[in-house]
Ligand binder design. Structure first.
Ligand code: COA
Length: 284
């Protein structure tokens, strides 16, 4: 394997706010749609490392987000194409494992990353379909139980999210609520579903969306679909078929890619509330 025999001279160090410009340039280099603001947001709610070459230039990035004592996600794992295949990706992953401690780790793997993650003990759990396109409002529904969320809904949203995701994502949810709009489905005096829509990449993303079933997921996605009709909208979903997928297709969003969610460590107990869309592929 002469291609991999080059000695990797990069140094790993913690990512700081000053690195975000270089990290954004890396993501552009591998054709990811993230804007500088998307990097700032994920950095605000998590921690990262960068791999720097002898001249101090950032050649790699990797981030992790702790969701309480038992769960974390990893994402934004990028090695500059000029340095790929020399062990940097694996070294960054192992550094993050050390930081995450005993937590179960989840990530969403691109085709490029899957072999690396499998060899580090991750197993594929769920296929994730990336839907995107110019949204239309024609298939939306109106459900009287759905309304914009207020400050007082925060604890109910966080508790429901914990049931669906298996971790404490309240810090992430607070950050997403600052930049996006949040809808809740309230039934019998309790929050039974919520959805967030925020600017991301080429337009807006609907996610997370947590609901009890696909019909309620459609009701929670509908206000966002109406608000962004005629513009670029994205949603990453573990749903392979059914009413929610039918709704996205009828709303102008097509399946652009399929990736795989992977887990390292025991899967946390979840349910009955379900994750219908991810915050994005990095955050989970
Ligand atoms: C995925 C990525 C981060 C891996 O980084 P890297 O520094 O190239 O990876 P490493 O050199 O540490 O290699 C780790 C493993 O990946 C696999 N791998 C690396 N280069 C490969 C190549 N050219 N073809 C196929 N598999 C390859 C191998 O399994 C390798 O293990 P081995 O060397 O023991 O055989 C990098 O390819 C990348 O940035 N890709 C684009 C962005 C992306 O998709 N990121 C993943 C997001 S989940």
């Amino acid at each position: 394997m002469t291609q991999r025999s080059t000695i990797d001279l990069t140094q790993l160090r913690s990512m700081t706010a000053e690195d975000l410009g270089a990290a954004h340039a890396l993501s552009v280099e591998v054709n990811w749609p993230h804007r500088p603001d998307d990097w700032r947001l994920v950095h605000e709610i998590g921690e990262g490392i960068v791999a720097a070459d002898e001249g101090g230039r950032v050649m790699g990035s990797a981030m992790w987000w702790p969701f309480g004592p038992d769960l974390a996600t990893i994402g934004m794992v990028i090695v500059s194409p000029r340095l790929q295949g020399q062990g940097t990706g694996r070294r960054m992953m192992r550094e993050l494992f050390a930081r995450a401690g005993a937590r179960t780790i989840r990530l969403v793997a691109t085709a490029a990353g899957q072999r690396l993650y499998e060899s580090e003990g991750f197993r594929a759990t769920t296929a994730i379909a990336q839907y995107q396109g110019l949204a239309s409002a024609g298939a939306t529904v109106r459900d009287a139980r759905v309304r914009p969320a207020g400050e007082a809904d925060r604890p109910g949203i966080a508790a429901l999210d914990r049931e669906a995701s298996g971790g404490d994502r309240s810090r992430m949810l607070a950050a997403l609520a600052r930049v996006g709009s949040v809808e809740v489905l309230e039934d019998g005096g309790r929050i039974r579903g919520y959805s967030v829509c925020r600017p991301f990449g080429r337009g807006h993303v609907i996610g997370p969306l947590v609901a009890r079933d696909a019909t309620e997921a459609v009701a929670l996605a509908s206000p966002h679909m109406r608000a962004h009709a005629g513009t670029f909208l994205r949603a990453d979903t573990p749903e392979a078929e059914g009413a929610f997928v039918d709704f996205m297709e009828a709303s102008g969003l097509g399946n652009a890619d399929r990736v795989v969610q992977m887990t390292r460590g025991p899967a946390p107990a979840t349910g009955p509330a379900q994750v219908f869309t991810l915050a994005n592929q990095a955050l989970g």
